[in-house]
Design a protein around this ligand. Structure first.
Ligand code: F6R
Ligand code: MG
Ligand code: MG
Length: 365
């Protein structure tokens, strides 16, 4: 049977500050989606949060870019925004850039990722959700899972994975996609995906243009609105097992808390810390950036789960390392490379300060 898995997310208000989503907001979203499930609009749903982002996980039979599904998500966010307003949560409606919905959620602020596929005999899926970072954060992860034999031994010893994968890479500024075949074009690909604020891995497939194995949100809120209006905390879906990477190969990259862009005021680099659902609440310096892993088995479109994969002592050392790296990066204070380069910061006073000091810059003789 064909199933579409849609994850649609938005920050519609934080509790407290930008640190979490309020339980009442999540309950409200659940009640709306429960009605949609009863009305057979969707097969199933789950509501999760990472930091101040509300993530709606939906399964349905309506395909990608379905107006009905996007409208359902939009209505859920709007109603949750009203609830957030009653509670006077922080940054109410932060990611909703429009007052009106016109058929598709693209460009309206929320992030989304959708995959339509034939549900396999058994369909394990992992959904990663991150807060205080941006879509380029997944480039390292996806490279490790699908192209690094030191991470994924299946690339070497599983005959059904030995041919490698196709990566669709998006140039977020030019809005163009280029496809690379790994391992053959690995070095070419790394030239691009190592520049995480410019190029993002959008999809991974086994055959060129074929079925999607992994997909990520690639909206950049700053570019969509023509100015920086918020962080575009990203989601990544990865289908697992039986010719795709194993669950353990998919989780393995997170033992290395790599540096990502975001953290305080969307203007810093810091380690991506894998955490349990309970600890998906940025604190120190509004961070460090966090990621949760929600695992599901799909059963005729029903979401069996979630399993909280990072609620596991096997990731304790990664968390410890992330804290050490956080100390080290924080010690740089307002200096790069902790603070982002001027043109990548979400907050800046540069134009104003430069203007004020204009007359004081003298030519060097
Ligand atoms: C980063 C983030 C926070 C805020 C910071 C200041 O993505 O959400 O670090 O940028 O708390 O927030 P405001 O300007 O709303 O006071
Ligand atoms: Mg927020
Ligand atoms: Mg957020």
């Amino acid at each position: 049977m064909k199933v579409t898995l849609s994850v649609i997310k938005a920050d519609i208000g934080g509790y407290v500050g930008h640190s979490a989503s309020h339980p009442q907001i999540k309950d409200h979203a659940r009640s709306i989606l429960e009605n949609a499930k009863k009305g057979k609009k969707i097969f199933d749903y789950e509501v999760l949060s990472c930091g101040d982002d509300l993530n709606l996980v939906l399964t349905h039979g309506r395909g990608e870019d379905s107006e009905e599904i996007h409208a359902l998500a939009w209505r859920t966010f709007e109603e949750c925004t009203e609830k957030a307003r009653e509670l006077k949560l922080y940054g109410v409606g932060q990611d909703l850039l429009s007052d009106t919905f016109s058929g598709n959620i693209k460009g309206l602020g929320p992030g989304f990722v959708e995959i339509e596929f034939e549900e396999r005999e058994s369909e394990p899926v992992i959904i990663f959700m991150a807060d205080k970072t941006s879509p380029g954060a997944w480039n390292y992860t996806v490279y490790k899972i699908f192209a690094d034999p030191f991470n994924t031994i299946g690339l070497v010893i599983d005959p059904s994975m030995h041919n490698g994968f196709y990566f669709d890479v998006l140039d977020v500024f030019e809005d163009k996609i280029v496809t690379f075949k790994t391992p053959e074009e690995l070095y070419d690909m790394l030239v691009f995906v190592g520049t995480t604020e410019h190029y993002c891995v959008k999809d991974v497939r086994k055959e060129e243009g074929g079925e999607v194995v992994a997909a990520s949100t690639t909206q950049k809120l700053n570019i969509m609105a023509g100015r920086y209006v918020g962080k575009d905390d990203p989601v990544l879906i990865v289908r697992a097992q039986h010719g795709f990477p194993a669950v353990g190969e998919i989780l393995e990259p997170f033992t290395m808390p790599h540096l990502v862009e975001g953290w305080m005021r969307g203007s810093h680099r810091g380690p991506l810390m894998p955490v349990s659902f309970e600890h998906a609440t940025p604190s120190r310096f509004d961070g460090p950036p966090r990621v949760i892993a929600a695992g599901f088995q799909l059963a005729n479109g029903k979401l069996i789960g979630p399993r909280d994969h990072f609620d596991d002592p096997a990731f304790d050392e990664a968390r410890k390392k992330a804290n050490l790296v956080a100390d080290y990066m924080r010690a740089h204070g307002p200096f790069e490379p902790h603070r982002l380069p001027l043109d990548e910061m979400e907050y800046t006073t540069l134009p104003e300060v430069k203007k004020r000091l204009e007359g004081r810059f003298k030519a060097v003789k």
